[in-house]
Design a protein around this ligand. Structure first.
Ligand SMILES: C[S@@+](CC[C@H](N)C(=O)[O-])C[C@H]1O[C@@H](n2cnc3c(N)ncnc32)[C@H](O)[C@@H]1O
Length: 240
């Protein structure tokens, strides 16, 4: 007898199993990842990253890191913000996602886990993470690593999906996340992988609870900004 039906759903995995499942999910959807992002966000995803980068207050010449960099879409606005004198590094633990970032011309890419970054203490002026914290197997370790690699005065921002608070937001969520996203995923032959998105969002911390985890990790001046009826939340903080 096979094990189908006995295994846990991907969004129920924890610890080492979560690390493995998440890496497998992103490896399988890497070829369609950018297209799906554009469809699912109604083309808004680039704007949210730009808004997150704007909150970092970069002036040019800084050294910045994008954790869970995937296909490199956060690295584009970061490169623009730090300009030719700055440096942008990216880290991700999924080789097919990193390969796409490399194909887009990004360098300084590391195959690395967000919970154990291969950089020295205080190496960066800013750290970003887009749609990544929800996926890491140990949130506290990932936040503590982001904090460790930041300089004093360095800024950190996360962009991720969130559960809306308003009735309108929840209605939109039921339609877009629960129906359209899995349908789109199924059209591309990845129904199970795209079922992971709404399920993992529902299981993830609220932006307020995530902000509390930022404070616990040592970040100060922690802030929250919601987008798209509360479907997306930017959470940021500073290392003092
Ligand atoms: C939803 S994608 C986001 C990609 C990119 N940040 C963006 O803005 O489009 C999540 C990425 O996080 C990576 N990831 C998940 N868990 C990770 C971990 N523990 N360490 C490093 N990368 C991880 C995945 O491989 C995937 O590329």
């Amino acid at each position: 007898m096979g094990l189908d039906g006995l295994q846990r759903a991907p969004w129920e995995a924890e610890g080492a199993a979560k690390r493995r499942v998440v890496r497998e999910i992103f490896a399988s959807i890497a070829p369609r990842y950018d297209l799906m992002n554009t469809l699912m966000s109604l083309s808004r995803h680039r704007r949210w990253r730009e808004q997150a980068v704007a909150r970092l207050g970069l002036r040019g010449g800084e050294t910045v890191l994008d954790v869970c960099c995937g296909t490199g879409d956060f690295m584009a606005p970061l490169s623009e913000a730090v300009g030719p004198r700055g440096r942008v590094a990216g880290a991700d633990f999924c080789p097919p996602m990193l390969e796409r970032a490399r194909d887009k011309g990004f360098a300084n890419l590391a195959l690395a886990d967000a919970c154990r970054l291969p950089y020295r203490d205080g190496a960066f002026d800013a750290v970003t993470v887009g749609w990544g914290l929800r996926n890491v197997p140990d949130l506290r370790a990932a936040l503590s690593e982001a904090y460790r690699v930041l300089k004093s005065g360095g800024r950190f921002v996360s962009v991720d999906t969130a559960q809306p608070r308003s009735a309108l937001g929840r209605w939109f969520s039921a339609l877009a996340f629960r129906r359209l996203v899995p349908l789109l995923g199924a059209l591309f032959g990845h129904g199970r992988e795209y079922a992971y998105l709404p399920e993992s969002t529902e299981r993830f911390l609220t932006p307020e609870a995530l902000a509390e985890e930022f404070r616990r990790a040592g970040f100060q001046d922690v802030w929250i900004e919601r987008k798209m009826l509360g479907h997306v939340a930017l959470v940021g903080g500073t290392k003092r």
